[in-house]
Design a protein around this ligand. Structure first.
Ligand code: ACO
Length: 311
């Protein structure tokens, strides 16, 4: 029976069909998806913090409204993704526990501080830009609930990317001090945004299997290259400089040459030793504890309602 189930699964993957929650799937496929989708969900939830930092200080009512909407979108993405992971058998409580106990990964990018308003621009332009490059192919991932969640998420991410670009454009059309603020922020976010795509292909342990299962459609380095190619003309339009003197198009090889990424920094951030790791977890834990009464009230209400319905 198991061999037949495996054959059906393989045939669905080969035909570019979707695997749905009730379909049989190999345990390792399930585990990989729980790993990636929960990490992705955690990234959205932790990702609310760097920008949440600026909601009270946004420079105008309009900017504040946009920023609040964006941070709320991220909460929505997190909840979508947790729901997708739940279809694979893990509970929301387990995922939350893994996160607040520091046992779960989330994107390295959210462990950097946001000291200037221009960071709201650079995050939208670079971080959400990288997220789109990575996530558009995930709309075709083989697991149905994940792929479908990505469709809406990508639409919202492109709005986020444009709003970030527009913040930087406004600053670049402003005073010298505003231009310098925008450039300084791009200098800080550029390299960490390239790290979002993950380790180089030769050091990416999960890639081969995830590609065979059609969860991943492009390699980490392929997407990183695509992202840089997207940034170069946009940086020119903005009038900012990308902080890599080695960056140039290599016509012969059809790829972008660039300086070596600081993988030591990447590993340190993944090991929990980035500039803001401890603070991000502290804030998440505090929010979880502060929300205990809401969860208790919701559970009590649900229980009363089901008791009333049973009568
Ligand atoms: N930050 C934190 N961890 C990372 C990062 C990163 N930028 N890149 C890779 N890793 C981790 C992987 O999760 C993996 O860890 P694990 O095996 O303990 O789970 C390890 O490093 C090795 O990397 P890979 O073998 O390349 O892992 P994978 O095949 O999962 O590829 C990738 C990594 C590209 C991030 C993939 O998981 C993915 O596409 N995830 C969905 C997108 C996502 O999570 N985006 C979050 C940021 S975007 C946003 O939220 C706005």
């Amino acid at each position: 029976e198991d061999t037949r189930a495996q054959e059906r699964f393989d045939a669905l993957i080969a035909a570019d069909s979707r695997i749905e929650p009730r379909d049989w799937m190999p345990d390792a496929y399930r585990r990989t998806l729980v790993r990636q989708i929960s990490q992705h969900g955690h990234s959205e939830i932790i990702g609310m913090q760097p920008e949440g930092n600026w909601i009270t200080r946004a420079p105008s009512l309009k900017r504040k409204a946009i920023l609040m909407a964006k941070v709320q979108d991220e909460a929505g993405h997190g909840l979508y993704l947790y729901s997708a992971a739940q279809t694979l058998g893990i509970t929301r409580e387990e995922m939350t526990q893994q996160l607040i106990e520091g046992r779960a990964k989330y994107s390295s990018i959210f462990n950097y501080p946001t000291p200037s308003w221009a960071d709201m621009g650079a995050i939208g332009w670079l971080v959400d830009g990288a997220a789109i490059c990575n996530q558009v192919p995930l709309c075709r991932a083989s697991y149905g609930p994940y792929a479908r969640a990505m469709v809406r998420i990508c639409k919202e991410e492109s709005f986020h990317q444009r709003q970030g670009f527009e913040i930087l454009l406004t600053l670049m059309r402003g005073t010298r001090a505003q231009q310098a603020m925008a450039q300084e922020s791009v200098d800080r976010w550029y390299w960490p945004s390239l790290m979002m795509f993950g380790p180089p292909d030769e050091h990416s342990p999960n890639s081969a299997q995830s590609t065979a299962w059609k969860i991943k459609r492009f390699s980490n380095d392929e997407l990183r290259q695509r992202f840089v190619g997207m940034l170069v003309p946009q940086a020119a339009a903005l009038g900012v400089t990308l902080p890599d003197p080695e960056l140039r198009w290599n016509e012969a090889e059809g790829r972008w040459d660039m300086s070596e990424i600081d993988w030591t920094e990447f590993r340190e951030v993944l090991a929990g030793r980035g500039p803001m790791n401890a603070e991000r977890l502290r804030a998440r834990r505090a929010a979880h504890e502060d929300g205990a009464w809401v969860r208790e009230a919701a559970a009590a209400y649900a229980q009363k309602r089901s008791a009333a319905e049973a009568v």
